[in-house]
Design a protein. Sequence first.
Length: 419
Amino acid sequence: MKMLIFAVALPLAGQMATFGDYKSERPGVWHKIRPADLPAPYATKAVDNGPREVARPAGALPQVKAGFEVTMYAAGLNGPRLTRVAPNGDVFVVESEAGNIRVLRGGGATGRAETVATYATGLSQPFGIAFYPVTGKAEWLYVANTDSVVRFAYRDGDLKARGAAQLILNQVPSGGRLRGGGHWTRDIAFSKDGKRMFVSVGSLSNVDDTDNNPAENDRAAILVAAPDGSQRRVFAKGIRNPVGLAVDPATGLLWTSVNERDGLGDNLVPDYITHVEEGGFYGWPWFYMGGNQDPRHKGKHPELQKKVIVPDVLLQPHHASLQLTFYDGKQFPAEYAGQIFAAQHGSWNRSMRTGYSVVRVQVRDGKATGAYEDFMTGFVLPDGNVWGRPVGVAVSQDGALLVSDDVSGTIWRVSYTGR
């Protein structure tokens, strides 16, 4: 099936490009937000404008740039979330609310999954998964539940777990509707040498003062431990909700995709994608985007103001950036090698909707330039209703990009045709 295509646009600057909405977000449009572009707090009112989710209209498909094509890889899934590809090419998809992990296999000439199996059930709001060891044959599948990290014995080609899950780490602050609220997604990734395991943990609150709320301990942080769960500690903090984790296969740096705080208006605070420095502090809850003080914590912790790290890539506020991945396939043109793809679940508290897309983050020599491109859009209808919300992004064995959509229950496949 062929897509609507748009001409590639040059990078844009200024308020229109910086703070657009779904009507101006289209394949090929570039954005670059700088800290200097940020408005003052409360320049606009905070709103509750959740998406009106509707069934996918007949014939509606995501939109991509010229030369790319979108097809349906799998459908009928139950809220598919994070997606990762096994060493043998099987596609593992997490159905978080159902507590399942599914395995999709095949594609061939049809480009559609030929086998859909249930690998594991009964998990506790799972989100992140990772295969271990990171090189050679995988022996374990690690799963980040909302309150623990477990692992299953694994061999190439397994369509069903070989046995019960083994508990690796139970010192993970829990979240979700059934566990006291708060951000519940926990992603997991291993360092390039396989010696360290990273686990992301979002905050319990929007912007509680952590001095007075002990429930925020070890939250808004990325934890690190040995693969056996020992030596657990905080790797970096002040990161409100680091939903997605990825390790750059070229540099070995850890990267995260972050949902920032709400309540300061339409255009504050930008979500972001950044590499993560060990011991780094990223501002939450007292500061944002460097030394900008959150007015709800005026005058607090001045000693930390100059220590706040400015993220590499500022995204539109309230984009709800989720999974990210580095493109390591061979199918796309050479300019895509080493670039970051990230799924944007879309805003719920912005007067004009933004996100509901997949973006490409520009990376040069292992460093982000700060620019990002709208790569896949079209999930919002002209009337503002939403039929799809991207969550997961993964690179298939043949180099196509796979995108999970938890509203339509679909995995989309983006291939490069050159046409």
